[in-house]
Design a protein. Structure first.
Lengths: 154, 374
């Protein structure tokens, strides 16, 4: 801080210099804050906890174990899904995550439907919305059957 | 520093007037005085803008000149520790199974995690140093005499709390030296007659398990920082009332604006310092603690080297060498309070005793480091 006494004929340059230094130090503090914010946000960003690396092909069991018209929940990481045996040949896999607010659906055996416990959204066993708030049908996964074993490809 | 004295000069009807009609901004602002950011008396009945205009020009003794700067430095370092510690708590998991892995995740895997970890560690080392220097300085200037006894009590308590924070923080990483250093340290404290069993009860037992770890964690992140903040407040409060310097010293007067600016600059300087130290001299990363294998040497922390030398060099029982001497070392720090009415001559004579005690402590520490090397 320059002395107030030193002001005289050279008052204007001193004022200029003071303004410039003030600007410079504020810019420095600003840059510092931007750097700190960048470092902290890089750190605070939630890390990947391995859910992305979960297996892409899931063996869910023997075809004979599935009853026709029955949906079975497979607890797979953050992407649980239902395996539904439609008839003797065909098996479909449907995401078990409701498209409304990500609740996990349950299988209602009497109605042959997938029911959401949160807001009573209902899906048929092909994944289409029957009633309730869900905006989209359920995502389906590719299923293959090899040597009597059922595989779901996520 | 959202409130800038410069802004007070321009009339700017807006959010501040809107708020002023609904809350007493001056009262809110005066809250800052309790932590030493503003240290002149404020008239809280006046509107904030007038108050700030007044403050911008009023001068007061500088608190950021040597040796008074030590208290603000401790406060800034404490602030850095709170911020970095809060960030570390995002990912740290205080159970024996996850403590080591979560620390490794922070230091090794997360972007800038190592930086936050080492900044925290180095800020704590610097805080130990600043607190010790502050204690020496208070003793040198006789600031334990009336009416400044509270300053001395707070300084001694802060020393104790900073060392406890360091001790509890060490264990959290759950690595070999942390684990075994804590086991040995706790055994010394638990050997104390009467007090030891009570401490063992409070700290979760003599066996190092999840109960002990979570209690250390609670102490480290909640109890000790809260106590430190309270003591910082007590220090500032008593300084505002009785002053930090004995009367008759030359005091440099500065404006509040200058003070706030210096405070910001000190924060930048300290941050740059811990950043450089953390980058150039990061803490070694040790292997995970194994409860079934004790390493040959465990380096005690620097401030424990002197008790360690006594513990190693004598054949006396642990409860006497470790426990009682450790407590006596801290108790003797409160002894100057009996000289509350002493004159300048006594203070000058006591300085010599202080220097002798300090020299003895340093000599014992060197001895302890040497014993450890062998």
């Amino acid at each position: 801080m320059p002395d107030p006494e030193s002001r005289g004929p050279a008052a204007a340059p001193v004022e200029d210099r003071r303004q410039f230094l003030g600007w410079l130090s504020r810019a420095f503090l600003g840059l510092w804050a931007v750097g700190a914010a960048a470092v902290v946000s890089a750190y605070v960003k939630p890390p990947r906890r391995g859910e992305g690396a979960a297996e892409r092909t899931v063996r869910v069991g023997l075809l004979d174990e599935f009853l026709i018209g029955e949906a079975r929940l497979v607890r797979h990481g953050v992407t649980p899904f239902f395996v539904v045996r439609v008839d003797s040949e065909r098996v479909v896999a449907l995401s078990a995550v409701c498209t409304h607010v990500r609740c996990i659906l349950g299988f209602d055996r009497s109605r042959r439907a997938l029911v959401c416990p949160c807001h009573d959204g209902r899906f048929d066993l092909a994944g289409n919305v029957i009633s309730g708030p869900p905006p989209r049908p359920l995502a389906t996964h590719h299923v293959s059957i090899r040597a009597g074993e059922v595989f779901v490809h996520l | 520093m959202s409130v800038h004295p410069e802004d007070a000069r321009r009339p700017r009807p807006g959010w501040m007037d809107w708020l002023e009609q609904r809350v007493e901004l001056s009262e809110l602002f005066s809250f800052l005085t309790h932590f030493g950011v503003v240290y002149t008396p404020l008239d809280t009945r006046r509107p904030l803008r007038e108050l700030l205009r007044d403050l911008a020009t009023r001068t007061a003794p500088s608190y950021l000149a040597w040796p008074r700067v030590l208290t603000p430095l401790a406060a800034i370092l404490f602030g850095i520790l709170v911020v970095t510690g809060g960030l570390l708590a995002y990912y740290y998991r205080p159970t024996p199974e996850t403590a080591y892995d979560s620390t490794r995740l922070i230091v090794r895997d997360l972007p800038a995690g190592w930086f936050i970890h080492h900044t925290h560690a180095w800020a704590s080392h610097l805080l130990v140093g600043v607190i010790a220097l502050r204690l020496l300085r208070f003793f040198w200037d006789g600031l334990y005499r009336a009416p400044r006894e509270l300053l001395w009590i707070a300084a001694v308590a802060m020393t104790w709390i900073v060392l406890q924070s360091d001790f509890t923080g060490r264990l959290l990483g759950w690595n070999v030296p942390a684990y075994w250093g804590t086991v040995r340290g706790m055994e010394i404290v638990f050997a104390l007659p009467l007090v030891g069993p009570v401490l063992a009860f409070l700290l979760g037992g003599r066996v190092m398990n999840e109960d002990v770890l979570i209690r250390f964690y609670i102490l480290h992140v909640l109890v000790l920082p809260a106590a430190f903040a309270a003591l910082l407040y007590a220090t500032v409060a008593t300084v505002r009332k009785v002053g930090l310097m004995p009367a008759g010293r030359n005091e440099r007067e500065v404006t509040l604006r200058h003070h706030l600016y210096s405070m910001a600059m000190w924060t930048v300087v300290l941050f740059a310092l811990v950043l450089t130290l953390g980058t150039m001299f990061p803490n070694r990363f040790f292997p995970q603690a194994d409860a079934y294998s004790t390493p040959a040497t465990v380096q005690p922390p620097v401030y424990m080297l002197a008790p360690y030398a006594v513990l190693f060099g004598t054949r006396l029982p642990t409860w006497l060498t470790g426990g009682v001497l450790l407590v006596a070392t801290l108790a003797v720090l409160l002894a100057p309070l009996w000289l509350a009415r002493a004159g300048e001559a006594t203070v000058r004579r006591l300085r010599m005793a202080g220097i002798a005690a300090f020299a003895l402590w340093i000599a014992l520490s060197v001895l302890g480091a040497w014993v450890d090397r062998r």
